[in-house]
Design a protein around this ligand. Structure first.
Ligand code: ADP
Ligand code: MG
Length: 867
């Protein structure tokens, strides 16, 4: 910017002056300035863009003192360059030539027709087909927040009011907006200072606009206006209204006139769904894995058997926003049951959906004038399938399907208009003809006949001229500068007829015209030009007609998305042998033979060991799970949370049976994930998350706490874990699974009646341990840390020494350093003959019932405690 301001004194060309005027209005964007077949960038923009795009930085008026840095990209390849700039978090303003340069007087009129930023993309290159692309807006009043979001690529828009920053903090990572706009005065709000921690890749923009409700809303479609009025935001929440208006003003300015694809805006109730906070979504790896943020190894990957990108996006939102009403859950369950019972009907339905393109996104592209003829043709082809899809769905009777069928529209006029008008092989450009079929428009047919005849005529004319002149090598050709001409090589120059008019001299040939040739040219070229104009007109008319029907297309797209997501859930339930969870009013979470949906797929058949989790309100509300590392504690915790979450999204679950009461939230605190980018220690993050859980959980929540207190010294950690467990039991009263390596905690069960000890069975065999992955009642004081270390490949010598130290420590003696001379000859396995160890060694575990084992264990424990 500085560079531009420093220049006004120099002599600018009129073109650069025009550039600077436009740039003035779009200072925060890279201005793509259309010049012929290129978009050019100048000054600071050229520096920035050339570095990011790795293209040459040159200069206009090179060597001159007025040299202006510039770079450019060809217009036909612009979208990939724009995508890269937007990905880098920049805004791009597209400035087009608004008149034909050849007919313009003076400098060509140019205008910015669209601004593209991370939250405002419509191009497939910059969008994740199976995910939403949200732009959000926030307005603050102390700790209350107005929140609005839109995905302009699909036309979805919502608005909400949150009473606490905590609620916003939960919501934002789920939506994961690419861009957030706020008013200038809100920029200093403490929440935004912390935004990078919550959304590391989100771009924050300020946007100052006069928020005159009627002025802004009037720019949108009638349907949208109706919907807006019905919401009555002014009364409901002026703060939310402000957020929504700012968002609308912003997109309207960026997309210019073409915002008529937004048809509705819905009110998002705070806690209108089972709340999964950001940590839970992340650590359960619901839609992104922890390694690189991709979908591999996520729940979404297991559940996603959708046939359309719309369905995939819907499924993702079902995962992130599970239901919290039994009626709504039952609707999905019953529909899945019906699909499973009638697989001969559901398979053809899936086959039909597989042929449907991304109608939501194409709809937005059509409404904003970006769609080309091929896109529109594909929309027509998809809409053509609607009657068949309707027919298929009509075989199902449950409420979900009845809901889909209720206001179903086949949009036959629309599909037949598209398919009758457009050619299947239409080119990607709109102004060069080839879009419209023969036989649909009389004038077009006539012009095409002239054009075709003209070509035959040309061949005839060439033949005649050859005859008349006797020059057999004579050719009639065409170029843009001279139009049609006759070319004769220099060797025949002396035979050129006198009526030929010379136009151009080349090295080896001369070019001529004749009056006949020119009159022919007028006719043909006239037809050609007229055809192009006419085809574009017909296409534009169709697009306008489509725009008026856009809300219907988007309604049908939504129905298809829901159908697809549901079909996917039923297919996955069938393939993986899931069961239908049963919602009950008594307080419980009762899972028999539950499995982890992702892990079980990674194991060869039936190697994954299922486990029961039986929680209820009075006798076992808090399960304290002990057991060595690698025993499978974290897996049980995660699978319990995932099964509960799946049940709330209306899905079947990986278990033999599942009975549960409705939850309000699922919390997880899993693993020691150091957040280096946040520059916070493990322990700090852990305590922050635990504090959040203790403050927000209710008796209707499910809490998963894994290895709490690990990131600090033993006594600190144990004390924190202990008091958190007590607080959960006595005060919060939520259902909770608490995995810990502090086996001291098992004593808590003596006093806390709803807390039960469990551990995961391992088997010691010939000095080795075997993992059984079975959750069994009772605590364990064995952590087998040294044995696990040995399994992991720590050298035998180190293991032997560790066992020695462990023994000294457990006898409450400080470890004795090994004398230097002895250290090399240390025995591999030192074990004092303890009667207990002998007893354990001689046990025939294979012949014990679990109950006997438990009794023996109990006896051992008594002995040890007695010692
Ligand atoms: P912990 O939290 O006790 O250290 P994890 O839950 O992380 O143990 O499990 C360690 C590994 O054990 C997992 O990566 C998995 O390979 C295996 N595992 C866990 N649970 C099971 C199970 N139920 N069946 C089979 N293998 C399991
Ligand atoms: Mg673990």
């Amino acid at each position: 910017m500085q560079e531009i301001e420093a220049k006004p004194s120099v002599n600018l060309t009129p073109m650069l002056r025009q550039y600077l005027e436009l740039k003035q209005q779009h200072q925060d964007a890279i201005l793509f300035f259309r010049m012929g077949d290129f978009y050019e960038m100048f000054f600071e923009d050229a520096h920035k863009a050339s570095a990011i795009l790795e293209i040459a930085l040159t200069s206009r008026n090179k060597g001159d003192e007025n040299a202006v840095p510039m770079c450019g990209v060809p217009y036909h390849a612009a979208s990939s360059y724009i995508a890269r700039l937007v990905q880098a978090g920049l805004k791009v303003a597209i400035c087009e030539q608004m008149e034909d340069p050849s007919s313009a007087k003076g400098i060509v009129r140019r205008e910015v027709v669209r601004v593209i930023s991370p939250g405002l993309v419509l191009e497939a290159e910059s969008l994740d087909a199976r995910g939403n692309n949200y732009l959000a807006s926030l307005s603050f009043h102390q700790d209350q927040i107005g929140f609005s979001f839109v995905d302009i690529s699909t036309g979805e828009m919502g608005v909400a009011y949150f009473q606490t920053l905590e609620a916003l903090q939960s919501e934002l990572p789920l939506r994961a907006p690419k861009e957030i706009i706020v008013a200038l005065q809100d920029l200093e709000h403490p929440f935004l200072k912390n935004l990078k921690n919550i959304l590391p890749h989100c771009v924050l923009q300020t946007y100052a606009a006069e928020l005159d409700s009627s002025k802004i809303i009037n720019q949108f479609s009638d349907e949208f206006q109706k919907c807006w009025k019905a919401l009555g935001l002014e009364q409901v929440s002026p703060l939310a209204q402000r957020a929504a208006l700012r968002l609308l003003a912003y997109i309207q300015e960026a997309l210019k006139s073409s915002v008529n694809h937004l048809h509705e805006i819905h009110w998002v109730k705070e806690q209108g769904h089972l709340v999964l906070d950001a940590t839970t979504v992340r650590s359960l790896e619901l839609v992104r894995n922890l390694q690189e943020g991709g979908t591999w190894g996520t729940l979404f990957q297991v559940l996603d058997n959708t046939k359309t990108s719309m369905g995939a996006r819907k499924l993702k939102s079902w995962i992130l926003y599970p239901l919290n009403s039994i009626a709504a859950i039952l609707q999905r369950q019953q529909a899945i049951a019906e699909l499973l019972e009638n697989s001969f009907l559901s398979e053809p339905l899936s086959g039909l959906l597989a042929q449907v393109i991304d109608l939501e996104r194409q709809n937005s592209r059509m409404a904003t004038g970006i769609a080309n003829a091929r896109d529109v043709y594909a929309v027509g082809k998809s809409l053509e399938l609607l009657p068949q899809i309707q027919e298929n769905i009509s075989h199902f009777h449950s409420a979900f399907f009845q809901g889909l069928l209720a206001d179903w529209e086949n949009l036959k006029d629309l599909s037949s208009n598209i398919l009758n008008l457009l050619r299947e092989d239409a080119p990607l450009t709109l102004r060069e003809g080839g879009l419209i079929r023969d036989g649909v428009h009389a004038e077009l047919d006539e012009l095409r006949a002239i054009e075709r005849d003209g070509k035959g005529h040309l061949a005839k004319m060439e033949e005649e001229e050859k005859q008349r002149s006797g020059i057999s090598s004579l050719k009639i050709r065409y170029n843009r500068v001279f139009g049609y001409y006759i070319e004769i090589s220099n060797t025949k120059r002396d035979q050129v007829p006198a009526r030929y008019i010379r136009k151009q001299t080349l090295v080896n040939a001369e070019r001529y015209i004749t009056p006949e040739l020119k009159s022919y040219e007028e006719k043909v070229l006239g037809a050609e030009g007229r055809i192009r104009v006419l085809e574009y007109e017909l296409f534009s008319q169709l697009r306008t007609q489509l725009a008026t029907q856009a809300s219907k297309v988007s309604k049908m797209a939504r129905k298809i998305a829901e159908m697809d997501a549901l079909l996917s859930l039923s297919a996955v339930a069938k393939e993986n042998n899931y069961c239908c969870p049963d919602f009950v009013s008594s307080e419980e979470l009762n899972i028999i033979e539950g499995r982890h949906p992702v892990l079980e797929k990674l194991f060869p058949s039936n190697r994954f060991v299922p486990n029961d989790v039986l929680l209820n309100g009075d006798t076992c509300r808090l399960m304290l799970i002990t057991g060595p590392n690698m025993a499978g504690k974290s897996t049980i915790l995660r699978q319990t949370a995932v099964i509960a979450m799946l049940a709330h999204m209306g899905s079947y679950v990986p278990a033999r049976s599942c009975r549960l009461s409705l939850l309000d939230r699922i919390f997880t605190r899993i693993g020691a994930s150091d957040n280096l980018s946040k520059n916070q220690s493990t322990f700090w993050v852990e305590m922050e998350e635990t504090a959040h859980i203790l403050a927000t959980a209710t008796s209707k929540s499910l809490i998963i706490l894994d290895e709490i207190g690990r990131g600090t010294s033993t006594y600190d950690g144990l004390s924190v874990a202990w008091s958190v467990a007590e607080y959960l039991h006595d005060v919060v009263k939520a259902k909770a699974l608490f995995a810990t390596h502090y086996h001291e905690l098992i004593q808590l069960a003596d006093e806390k009646k709803a807390l039960q000890n469990f551990h995961i069975a391992v088997k010691e065999w010939k000095g080795e341990i075997l993992f059984l992955y079975q959750l069994v009642p009772g605590g364990t004081s064995q952590s087998y840390g040294v044995k696990v270390a040995s399994l992991a490949g720590i050298p035998k010598k180190v293991i032997g020494r560790a066992e020695e130290i462990l023994k000294q420590l457990s006898e409450k003696n400080p470890p004795q350093p090994t004398p230097a001379s002895e250290s090399l000859q240390m025995p591999l396995f030192t074990r004092e003959e303890n009667p207990l160890i002998k007893e354990i060694e001689n046990l025939q575990i294979d012949h014990l019932t679990p109950l006997e084992a438990l009794q023996i264990l109990y006896a051992f424990q008594k002995k040890i405690r007695g010692l």
